[in-house]
Design a protein around this ligand. Structure first.
Ligand SMILES: *[C@@H]1O[C@H](CO)[C@@H](O)[C@H](O)[C@H]1NC(C)=O
Ligand SMILES: *[C@@H]1O[C@H](CO)[C@@H](O)[C@H](O)[C@H]1NC(C)=O
Ligand SMILES: *[C@@H]1O[C@H](CO)[C@@H](O)[C@H](O)[C@H]1NC(C)=O
Ligand SMILES: *[C@@H]1O[C@H](CO)[C@@H](O)[C@H](O)[C@H]1NC(C)=O
Length: 278
């Protein structure tokens, strides 16, 4: 009569199959692989992030380019992020990351650890332009001029100075200025390929503005982060003058009756003693 195999034997058989399957796939069983892998990159500083937090294993990141050799970063990390900026130097190249799940004991093993694959990332097309830094702005009569700096990247020239986003994007980089009369909502804009805006404004109004980098040739992530909003203070001078006038008027308003009263009293006093006069 047919009798099923004892449970221990079944378990052994199942384990055997699992091992065989793993050997065929070249994976070690058990370790979770990374999910929700994201690239976040601003001014070419690029961080790879993923989940979940590892409990009793580690992650190692491999960066694969089209022409460069595979490079390892954040070897056996317990973090869920990795700064990969320095291995993405060929900014026009398209990279992929493999996030390996490893245990330390398995490091010398020949087996390929399980891994997750990121989406492709091309720094030149995908890094986000950071905020431009405004150095100087003035409003003189009807001319407003604004001077600002290109954001810097983490990459250096051979002489040790940092490359700016303009050093990399060159003619692909523009800046947009948005400006409006203080207290009003109608925005105007202007565009430049230099580091200066000079625009005509109404000379008796305050203006507020911000600046944003733009890469018009991109189809995605064209606009960068917005600079802080700043406002011209044309009105302060006028305000100070008005305040001074107001103070003068007020002083006069108080002083005048006093003076007049004194004069009147003096006059009355004089009229009361006409005989004593010379
Ligand atoms: C991955 O992201 C989704 C959606 O944001 C979230 O629901 C899920 O919990 C994340 N996975 C892990 C392992 O954190
Ligand atoms: C600021 O702008 C004014 C007028 O445009 C210019 O004379 C001055 O040199 C600028 N200062 C700096 C630090 O750029
Ligand atoms: C470094 O080299 C770059 C490009 O050759 C140049 O623009 C920059 O002014 C140099 N910086 C210094 C501090 O010499
Ligand atoms: C990067 O952007 C340029 C210009 O938009 C485009 O021609 C090129 O195909 C893009 N490269 C990738 C890998 O998406």
């Amino acid at each position: 009569p047919y009798r099923s195999a004892p449970p221990r034997m079944l378990r052994a058989r199942a384990a055997g199959w699992t091992l065989l399957l793993c050997a065929l796939l070249g994976r070690s069983p058990g370790l979770p692989t990374a999910v929700n892998i994201t690239w976040s990159s601003i001014n070419f500083k690029t961080i790879l992030r993923w989940q979940p937090k590892p409990s009793d294993y580690f992650y190692t990141v491999e960066i694969l380019g089209q022409t460069s050799n595979t490079q390892r970063k954040c070897i056996q990390t317990t973090e869920t992020e990795c700064d990969v900026t320095d291995v993405l130097r060929n900014v026009r190249e398209t990279y992929t990351a493999h996030i390996l799940s490893v245990t330390s004991s398995r490091m010398d093993n020949f087996e390929q650890p399980p891994y997750a694959v990121s989406e492709n990332f091309t720094p030149y097309n995908q890094t986000i332009l950071g905020k431009p830094e405004i150095q100087n702005y003035t409003q003189k009569d009807s001319k407003m001029s604004i001077v600002f700096k290109d954001p810097l990247t983490p990459y250096m020239f051979p002489n040790g100075s940092f490359q700016s986003v303009r050093d990399i994007f060159k003619n692909d980089l523009e800046y947009k200025l948005y400006y409006w009369k203080d207290q009003s909502s109608g925005k105007k804009d202007a565009t430049t390929k230099s580091n200066k805006f000079e625009i005509n404004v109404e000379s008796t109004k305050n203006y507020c503005f911000y600046i944003q980098g733009i890469i018009p040739s991109r189809s995605k992530s064209r606009t960068g982060q917005e600079s802080m909003v700043l406002c011209t203070k044309y009105g302060t001078e006028v305000f100070i003058i008005l305040a001074a006038v107001a103070v003068a008027v007020l002083a006069l308003a108080i002083a005048l009756p006093v003076i007049l009263c004194k004069r009147k009293r003096a006059k009355l006093a004089r009229e009361k003693q006409p005989l004593n006069g010379p």
